[in-house]
Design a protein around this ligand. Structure first.
Ligand code: SF4
Ligand code: FES
Length: 256
């Protein structure tokens, strides 16, 4: 098989990584070299290579969160060079590839920073606050029958597309990490809008929106003040129009 010109070219990068032993310890940046990295490595694979080197040297590997590595679970949560998920359009950290970096680059890697997402260790944060918001009412309790019954309620293409756009949210928390107020309104708005747009979810829409907003505040998230950093950082391009929908649903629940 023919080999491309960059097939064996490797890069060495300088990583400046946030290290923190635990939630009650103070953290600091430490510098590492990532050696033998190719453009085909993903960002997390690059960290795997660095961790293998650290383990061989008898040092503590860098703790970071990941699961699917396919951009669908929302677990990977790193701020890369100051931008949650690294700043590539519609790209999670696990889908970011090293072809976007050059030999000799310096890369800063930090965890999400928000009061409601306390750091557990190094790049790992506790995102259970999002679970508490969903547990407050981000579901439907109406009996919806089996899968074929789904087709018995007709839903317009427009509504289905709108709901699917909101349901794309993977709960990663980048919107919170990007927001100067650590607001979770894009996440909460996406959940409220997706359920309120469909007849099965509409039934509980009035109670749901109040419960989710209350849980959001109890968890320590801030409020939206229209910076739109959330939408820019979101790896699923969730639109800020869902924050407007959240506000409209809340006003309807109060006044109508
Ligand atoms: S709205 Fe976007 S950034 Fe926020 S949790 Fe959902 S997918 Fe992540
Ligand atoms: S590891 Fe699942 S979205 Fe990144």
């Amino acid at each position: 098989m023919m080999q491309g010109p960059n097939e064996h070219r490797t890069m060495t990068l300088k990583l400046i990584v946030w290290r923190q032993k635990g939630p009650d310890h103070s953290g600091r940046f430490e510098t590492y070299l990532a050696r033998n990295i190719t453009e085909h490595h993903s960002f997390l694979e690059m960290l795997d290579v660095v961790n293998e080197d650290l383990i061989r040297e008898g040092k503590e590997p860098i703790a970071f969160d990941h699961d699917c590595r396919e951009g669908i679970c929302g677990t990977c949560s790193q701020v890369i060079n100051g931008i949650p998920h690294g700043g590539q359009l519609r790209t999670t950290v696990c889908q970011l590839h090293m072809r976007h970096f050059r030999d000799g680059d310096t890369i800063y890697i930090e965890p999400w920073r928000a009061r409601a997402f306390p750091i557990l260790k190094d790049l790992l944060v506790d995102r259970s606050a999002f679970d508490r918001i969903i547990q407050a009412g981000g579901y439907i309790s109406a009996e919806t029958g089996a899968a074929p019954d789904g087709n018995s309620i007709l839903i317009s293409k427009e509504d289905a597309d709108y709901a699917m756009d909101a349901a794309e949210c993977i709960g990663c928390g980048a919107c919170v990490a990007a927001c100067p107020n650590s607001a979770a309104m894009l996440f909460t708005g996406a959940k409220v809008a997706h359920l309120a747009a469909l007849p099965q979810g509409r039934v509980e829409a009035r109670q749901r929106v109040g419960k989710l907003i209350e849980a959001m505040h109890e968890c320590g998230f801030g409020n939206c003040s229209n910076h739109y950093e959330c939408q820019a950082a979101c790896p699923k391009s969730i639109d800020v129009k869902f924050i407007s929908r959240l506000n409209r649903e809340y006003l309807k629940a109060i006044f109508l």
